[in-house]
Design a protein around this ligand. Structure first.
Ligand code: ARG
Length: 569
C-alpha cells in the first residue's frame, strides 16, 4: 500500500486536465511540520495550466475529493497546498510491515544489481606519514564502499598508493649511505623521512649527489634488482604501519595497485593523446590545453625532461580500470586540494577513446580540511599528528569513561567506542565542510557523537534482553502506537531506505550519520516518556517491537558508516 499512489489517484480523479499520475506523484511532498499533514500537494505546480491562483485550485480540489477510504483521515487546503492526513494506525501498519519483511536486513537493497562500483580511497604515500587527511579519505571511502554494497552494487575497494617518483631514488641513495644507522623495525616511516631529509640536504650542497639520484631513478625504472628490492622494502615497512591503522579502523582493500603499477602503462596514454592530436608543446613539456573546457591550467602529461607525472599515471589507471573492471562508476575520495587535478584528468580521459560509460562514471568525492585545536594535537610545521597516536588517544579516552562501569571485555569496548567516536566525527558533517576535530567532543557520550548513537543502540539491546523479547509482528496491535512520540520514531524508521539512497546519490555518508542521531534522539524521548514494559500486554508488545525496529535501524546505520556497536557500554 503506497500512500503516494492513493493520493495521486484521488487527485487525478478530481481534475480533468491532461496530466499523468506519475507527474502528480512527483509533485507530492512530505511537509516539514506535522500539522501540515503527512503529504502535501503544492497546487502552484498547476497554476499555469489552470490559470488560477494556487489557493483557489487547492480549495477547488478539496471540494471535489471525497475520502471514502479508511486510509486518509483528513484533507486541508492551506495557502495553496492540499494537505493529506493519513490515518495514524495505517502509518504504523505500513512501516511495521515494511520492516518485518526484512528484519535484520532492514535497509538492504538490490537497486545496484549487475552494476560495479570502484571506490578508491586512503591512498597514502610510501615512506611518508599517514596524515589526518588520509584518515578522512579512509573513513569516507569505507563508508561509501559499505553503502554501495548495501544497495546491491558489486563494490571494489582500491588503495592507489603513492609509491612512485624520484623521491624513492633519493631514499635509496640515502639508505645506501646511512641505512645502517637506523633500526627500521620500529617507526620506520619516521626514520625513512629523516633519511629523505638528509639526502635532500646533501643534494642541495652537492650537485653530483643529485646526479647520482637521477641515475638511480633510471635504474629503478629499468628494474635494477638492488633498487627494486629496496623500494619493496620501503613499501613493506610503510604498509606495515598503514595496516595497523587499517586494522584499528577495520578497513580492507581489494587492491593496492599504486602509482608504480601504472608506470609501464603510461606510454599508451601518450600515444593515444598524440594520435588524437590533443597534445601540444609548452616550454618543452607535452600538455593538453583545456581552456575551451573552462579549465585555465593545462594538464601536463610529460615534463620537459621526458619524465611522466602524477596525472599521467592517473590516466593510465583510468584505462586499466575500465578494461579490467568494466566499471559503472569509479569514485575517487580525495581532498579538495586536488579538485583541479581531477577536473583535468576527467576532461583528458574523454580523449582516450574510452566508451562514454566510463568517462561519465568518474566521480571525484572531495572533502574539506581538518582543523585541529591548538595544543598537543596541533599541526605545527613539520610536526604532523600521527594518526595512530590519535586513534590510540581516542581509545584511552573511551577507556577512562567506561572505567567504573560493570562491563566485560572493557578493552574491546574501549576500542569500539574510541574508534567509533573518531569515525563518526569524520562523517557527521557534510564532507565538503572544514572539520574542526576535537577529540574530547568526539568521545563525549552526550553530544551528537558516535558514542551517543552507540549508547542508544546498546540501550535498545538491553531493553529487549531484559524483557526476554522474541519479536513477532502478529502480536502487535498497530493502533496502540499512534501517539505523537511513537509516530515520530516510526516515520523516521520508515524512511531508512530513502536516507540510504539519498546518501548514496550524493556520496554523502553524513546523511546517514545525521539520521542515526535523529533516530537515537527520537528513541531516547520515546523511552523517557513511556514505560516500555508494563502490565498492559498489548502496549508492551508494541513498544518492544518498536524498540526492536530501532535497534536494527541504528545498528545498520552504524554498520554502513563502519562503526561497531558494543554489547554493553
Ligand atoms: N597519494 C595521494 C596523496 O596522498 C593521493 C592519491 C589520490 N588518488 C589518485 N588516484 N590520484 O595526496
Amino acid at each position: 500500500m503506497d500512500f503516494k499512489e492513493i493520493i495521486s489517484n484521488l487527485i487525478l480523479n478530481a481534475i480533468d486536465i491532461e496530466i499523468s499520475k506519475d507527474e502528480i506523484k512527483e509533485f507530492i511532498e512530505i511537509p516539514k511540520e506535522d500539522n501540515n499533514g503527512d503529504y502535501a500537494f503544492p497546487c502552484f505546480k498547476l497554476a499555469k495550466i489552470f490559470r488560477q491562483a494556487p489557493n483557489l485550485i487547492a480549495d477547488n480540489l478539496k471540494s471535489k475529493i471525497n475520502i471514502d477510504n479508511t486510509i486518509i483521515s483528513k484533507i486541508e487546503s492551506v495557502s495553496g497546498y492540499l494537505n493529506f492526513f493519513i490515518d495514524k494506525s495505517q502509518i504504523v501498519k505500513k512501516a511495521l510491515e515494511k520492516f518485518d519483511v526484512q528484519k535484520e536486513d532492514y535497509g538492504k537493497m538490490q537497486i545496484g544489481e549487475g552494476k560495479r562500483v570502484l571506490v578508491e580511497y586512503s591512498s597514502p604515500n610510501i615512506a611518508k606519514p599517514f596524515h589526518i587527511g588520509h584518515l578522512k579519505t579512509t573513513i569516507i571511502g569505507n563508508a561509501l564502499y559499505n553503502i554501495y554494497k548495501n544497495c546491491g552494487y558489486e563494490t571494489i575497494s582500491l588503495n592507489h598508493l603513492g609509491d612512485y617518483g624520484t623521491q624513492f631514488a633519493k631514499l635509496i641513495e640515502g639508505y645506501k649511505r646511512w641505512g645502517a644507522e637506523y633500526d627500521l623495525s620500529t617507526n620506520a616511516i619516521d626514520k625513512l623521512s629523516e633519511i629523505y631529509k638528509r639526502i635532500n640536504e646533501l643534494c642541495e650542497q652537492d650537485k653530483s649527489v643529485l646526479e647520482e639520484c637521477r641515475e638511480t631513478f633510471k635504474k629503478l625504472e629499468n628494474g635494477d634488482k638492488y633498487c627494486i628490492d629496496l623500494w619493496n622494502k620501503f613499501k613493506e615497512l610503510s604498509l606495515r604501519e598503514f595496516n595497523r591503522i587499517y586494522e584499528l579502523l577495520k578497513v580492507k582493500f581489494d587492491s593496492y595497485n599504486g602509482e608504480a603499477f601504472y608506470s609501464d602503462k603510461m606510454q599508451e596514454v601518450i600515444d593515444i593523446l598524440e594520435k588524437n592530436g590533443v597534445l601540444t608543446e609548452s616550454q618543452g613539456a607535452k600538455v593538453v590545453d583545456l581552456t575551451d573546457k573552462g579549465i585555465k591550467t593545462p594538464c601536463i602529461i610529460q615534463k620537459a625532461n621526458g619524465s611522466s607525472i602524477y596525472a599521467t599515471r592517473d590516466l593510465a589507471a583510468i584505462l586499466y580500470r575500465a578494461r579490467t573492471y568494466d566499471f559503472d562508476k569509479c569514485i575517487y575520495v580525495v581532498g579538495e586540494e586536488q579538485n583541479l587535478h581531477f577536473k583535468q584528468i576527467f576532461e583528458v580521459a574523454k580523449c582516450l577513446d574510452l566508451d562514454e560509460k566510463y568517462t561519465k562514471g568518474l566521480v571525484h568525492v572531495s572533502y574539506g580540511m581538518i582543523i585541529l585545536p591548538e595544543g598537543r594535537m596541533s599541526t605545527r610545521k613539520g610536526n604532523f599528528v600521527k594518526v595512530e597516536d590519535l586513534l590510540n588517544e581516542a581509545i584511552s579516552k573511551a577507556r577512562e569513561i567506561i572505567a567504573d562501569r560493570s562491563i566485560e571485555n572493557k578493552e574491546q569496548v574501549a576500542k569500539q567506542v574510541g574508534i567509533g567516536a573518531v569515525i563518526f566525527d569524520d562523517l557527521k558533517e557534510s564532507r565538503i565542510k572544514n572539520q574542526v576535530f576535537d577529540l574530547n567532543e568526539a568521545v563525549n557520550f552526550n553530544g551528537e557523537t558516535g558514542p551517543y548513537v552507540q549508547y542508544m543502540t546498546v540501550r535498545t539491546k538491553s531493553v529487549l534482553e531484559k524483557a526476554g523479547y522474541t519479536p513477532d509482528i502478529n502480536d502487535v496491535k498497530f493502533d496502540v502506537l499512534t501517539d505523537e512520540l511513537s509516530i515520530k520514531l516510526i516515520k523516521l524508521i520508515e524512511n531508512f531506505d530513502q536516507i540510504i539512497v539519498n546518501s548514496m546519490d550524493k556520496n554523502e555518508p553524513s546523511i546517514i550519520a545525521r539520521y542515526s542521531i535523529d533516530v537515537a534522539k527520537a528513541y531516547s524521548i520515546f523511552y523517557n516518556q513511556n514505560k516500555i514494559i508494563s502490565d498492559d500486554k498489548q502496549l508492551t508488545n508494541a513498544r518492544l517491537y518498536l524498540t526492536y525496529m530501532t535497534k536494527i535501524t541504528l545498528e545498520n546505520s552504524l554498520k554502513l558508516l563502519g562503526i561497531e556497536v558494543p554489547d554493553k557500554m
